[in-house]
Design a protein around this ligand. Sequence first.
Ligand code: DAH
Length: 349
Amino acid sequence: MNVLEVKKLMLDDLSDVTDLKTLNDLRVKYLGKKGLITELNSEIRNVPKEEKKAFGQSVNEVRTLFQSNFDEIKTKLEEEELNKKLESEAIDISLPSTKVSMGAPNILEKLIEEVEEVCMSMGYDVVDGPEIEEDKYNFEMLNIPKGHPARDAQDTFYVEGEEILLRSQTSPVQVRTMLKGKGEVPVRVICPGKTYRRDDDDATHSHQFMQIEGLLVDKDISLSDLKGTIDVIVKKLFGEDVETRFRPSYYQFTEPSVEVDISCFNCKGKGCNICKHTGWITIAGAGVVHPNVLRMSGYDPEVWSGFAFGFGAERMAMLKYDINDLRVFYNTDLREVKNFDRKELKNND
Ligand code: DAH
């Protein structure tokens, strides 16, 4: 093929191009190793000397022409491709959006934070204790010696032999705190945390549940200090018009011991389902710290006295948020979790 023929074919080819792939194939066809323009170039050898210059120039012209056409078409095709892509990917903002499922803070956690807040405002520290506990702290130093029938009631999970267990109550943190305090006063702590008992899970029982333990040790602390403190917490959580009453009870680590009832915040004492028509709801165990417990933890009961209390966190949250199955705190069903928000809103109305 001579130069003119190549030029003509090339211009024909280029005018037909509608996509980038074909365009690139043309580059190979004309400028590749065995391309038509490349071949013209190598023919210069066979051209008589006096025509070499003109021949070379005309081949160069064809090459330049190809290149400028190629560039122009390439830009045009790329632009078209981009426009097509933008068009196909355009977002239709009138379409309804996909709903993103969101949870809400667990209200058990929220309730605990509320108790922490009230207690901190009264000068309490929030402390932690181990969930894998020693028998000595969970029982022994709380005045519950080996073989004591009270141990049965707590139906404990043992981890190793008879000495290491999953704490069945948060009360061991009382002992740990006093030991750490080394006789210093005042001791003023609350400890919210997980506890474990060998219970079958149902609407009101769980093998793992939360307690909020409180302990205060100082001079001349009495049952009325306990009552005043519990009153503040209860009013903050359930409403200013809620009243507290103590009923005699028995715990090994307190003497006297009480059961804490609050007047039913729902029916205001008239009687309803929540208070089982008694007008009162039990929410905690409490009492004056037993002298033996003080002594074993390094505080002289002749000099110091204290009170302690233990709230059942799930029970309080169930009452406050009108929940009738304890298991909802521990499952991850977003429909339930979403309800938490609604329940809280309702509660704040
Ligand atoms: N630890 C008790 C329980 O699990 C609750 C309790 C009662 C804690 C009286 C206390 C207390 O601190 O003084 O049943």
